[in-house]
Design a protein. Structure first.
Length: 398
């Protein structure tokens, strides 16, 4: 989701000039903001046309839409189906060097190589492993490199790079305390990026994030196994509890078509999940989550099928600079295709795209790394993962 909203002065938060009344960009299309309904500008510069010409243009566009809608109704009558392509990403850290680049005005820095592919799908999710808070220019604690944050502008980095929703439940969710927690939530809300896993209200309630695309309703839940910084955060961060998580999944199941549960936990840098992590991942699947996605190990791990659910043990890193280990520099992005026909919705396909993880992740890794990843899947996964050129296909046959 590429989002750019004007403020009262007619500029977006990154300083870009907007047309009078402001504008919004989503998925490569620009929208004019006005006192009336939002109007789509289908031609370059249409938002800047004089009112009369703009009105004529919109009438032509509206007429075209009426024809398209009419044809679409006929097609729907023939086949009542819809499809959504969703991308699930690994760990995203907008602190440290990435945060400094954003502070200097290079807001698209971390996603410059990945943005085009992310904007090509309908829905993008990631684990946001850094708070987004104003710490006077600090993006890493001066005495502890395991405490870091991104600036609030990082929320616009996410939105303008195609991301729609993030998990904020992880071990870094309280690195800069309540100030960081509240500013993160506010920044994401302002940028139009949905979140799951934390709450600004001290009620120990963590409502799921729900998003509809093409008539398919998606629900996201997020949990963390632990939090690094001690504090009175239990009412604000969704720490995993098996009974509560099962209730959350089952309740959400009644209101959406697809449930995605994010679990942040386990041991770092290990090839396989430990028994406790496996137990928790499987519990989420057994409760009814269609896809369970793991985070925190910082390395790619295997895949498991449990009933009709698919568990992705760990997607590893995405925007995260950890050059000290071989596998921390290779991540996975799961492209999930969901189809709905009538009242039936299912996961049709899961493709695992290898990622060159780091400060500016990209979609190409070496042939040797692909071979290593293939061997890793064959030795660590309990489910069929088949290499197809430079991607990996997960068996999701129901």
């Amino acid at each position: 989701m590429d989002v750019r909203r004007s403020n009262r002065k007619g500029k977006s938060p990154d300083g870009a000039l907007c047309a009078p009344g402001g504008s919004v960009r989503r998925r490569g299309r620009r929208f004019c903001e006005s006192a009336g309904p939002r109007r789509a500008c289908r031609q370059r510069g249409a938002c800047d046309l004089p009112p009369l010409h703009r009105t004529k243009l919109m009438k032509r566009v509206l007429s075209s839409w009426i024809v398209v809608i009419g044809l679409g109704a006929v097609a729907d009558a023939r086949q009542d189906s819809s499809t959504v392509r969703m991308m699930l990403l690994g760990d995203v850290n907008l602190g440290r060097k990435v945060g400094q680049a954003i502070l200097k005005g290079d807001t698209l820095y971390p996603f410059v190589n990945a943005r085009e592919r992310l904007e090509a799908v309908d829905l993008v999710f990631a684990n946001l492993e850094s708070q987004l808070t104003d710490q006077g220019g600090e993006t890493q604690h001066p005495r502890d490199n395991l405490i870091f944050c991104g600036p609030p502008a990082g929320a616009w980095t996410l939105g303008r790079s195609g991301l729609d929703i993030v998990s904020t439940a992880n071990n870094h969710a309280f690195d800069y305390g309540f100030k960081g927690l509240h500013e993160t939530i506010t920044a994401l809300n302002d940028a139009g990026v949905a979140l799951a896993g934390t709450s600004g209200a001290a009620v120990r309630a963590f409502p799921p994030a729900t998003i509809a695309r093409n008539g398919i309703r998606f629900g996201f839940l997020a949990y963390t196994e632990f939090v690094n910084i001690k504090g009175n955060w239990s009412d604000h961060i969704a720490v995993y509890d098996s009974a509560r998580a099962a209730d959350d999944v089952q309740h959400l199941r009644q209101n959406v078509d697809i449930v995605i549960a994010s679990y942040h936990g386990g041991a770092e840098y290990v090839t396989r999940p430990r028994s406790r992590t496996l137990r928790n991942l499987r519990a989420l699947a057994s409760a009814g989550a269609d896809i369970v996605v793991g985070h925190h190990p910082h390395v790619p791990q295997g895949v498991e099928r449990r009933g009709t659910s698919v568990i992705l043990y760990s997607l590893g890193n995405f925007v995260f600079y950890q050059p000290q280990h071989y596998w921390t520099q290779i991540g996975l992005a799961a492209e999930v295709t969901v189809v709905k026909r009538g009242d039936s919705t299912r996961v049709l396909e899961i493709l695992l795209h290898p990622v060159a993880a780091g400060l500016q992740p990209g979609w190409r890794i070496s042939a040797g790394a692909l071979d290593s990843l293939d061997r890793r899947f064959q030795s660590t996964t309990s489910h069929s993962v088949r290499r197809d050129a430079d991607i990996f296909r997960v068996d999701v046959a129901n």
